[in-house]
Design a protein around this ligand. Structure first.
Ligand code: URA
Length: 257
């Protein structure tokens, strides 16, 4: 059918499609449908519903499920002692092992082996470029448990910039959440930057967790768990990385002389 509806025996069973993209076993996906959490083209789906992955818009609890393997966006809560690469020559667990195998995705930027927290994985190269390129300056927020309790002066140093071996850091936001727990928001993405900034003020990091990437945060996602970004979140990332209005996205053509 061309209008997006499917005849009774067209398409695949909804639970099969949902299971294929990693939402759980077919049984778990049947429960999602039975609980009324799945909509197809804006209408709550009933068990037995069939869909055509190329046509139908499938949402689970409001999150757009990319059943058609084009662009996918995962938000992972990276546990400690997992490497942020697609494959590791030393055979350690990688972040890619924690999300579905298909379609193939890549991490957006990197978190150190010991760092925990939010990490995006996608096959959208354009968004990856925008999120990782320093010129877009997307904010990243971290909670750092540090040795001792930094003084007000030390926090001010973090805010105003500290000298690292690859140059001074840009202005940042830094505040004390509880004694020894620093919230730091930076918009650069230098190697081990937060750890080095905390070393520079004499308070080495004991534990580091990334809690926000631009507009994306999630306090419910447990270490090792992932979820799809919602359509709204993908849009908000595009907005957060949009070039300034006075800067044309495409360089104007030079006039021939
Ligand atoms: N800063 C660090 O020091 N480590 C990370 O993983 C991310 C930011």
């Amino acid at each position: 059918m061309s209008d997006g509806r499917v005849a009774a025996d067209d398409g695949e069973r909804l639970q099969k499609v949902l299971a294929r993209v990693g939402l759980g076993s077919r049984r778990v996906c049947e429960d999602l449908i039975a609980d009324g959490l799945v909509t197809v083209n804006g209408t709550v789906a009933e068990l037995g519903r069939r869909v055509i992955a190329e046509v139908d818009i499938i949402e689970v609890e409001g999150a757009l499920i990319p059943v058609k393997p084009s662009a996918v966006y995962y938000l992972l809560n990276k546990p400690a002692r997992v490497v942020t690469t697609a494959s590791d020559p030393q055979g350690r667990d990688t972040v890619v092992d924690l999300v579905p195998d298909e379609p193939r995705v890549f991490p957006v930027g990197r978190l150190d082996y010991e760092t925990e927290g939010l990490l995006l994985l996608t096959n959208d190269g354009e968004l990856t470029h925008r999120l990782t390129h320093p010129s877009f300056g997307v904010e990243k927020e971290y909670l750092a448990s540090v040795e001792g309790t930094p003084s007000r002066l030390a926090l001010r140093q973090l805010r105003e910039g500290v000298e690292l071996d690859d140059g001074p850091t840009a202005a940042a936001q830094a505040s004390m959440e509880t004694p020894g727990l620093v919230k730091l928001t930076i918009h650069e993405g230098r190697n081990r930057q937060v750890r080095r900034m905390c070393d520079a003020i004499g308070h080495p990091v004991l534990r580091l967790v990334r809690t926000r990437i631009g507009p994306i945060a999630d306090r419910q996602l447990k270490p090792g768990e992932w979820r799809f970004l919602t359509g709204e979140e993908v849009r908000s990332l595009a907005v957060a990385t949009a070039p300034p209005v006075d800067e044309p996205a495409i360089e104007p053509k030079r006039r021939n002389r």
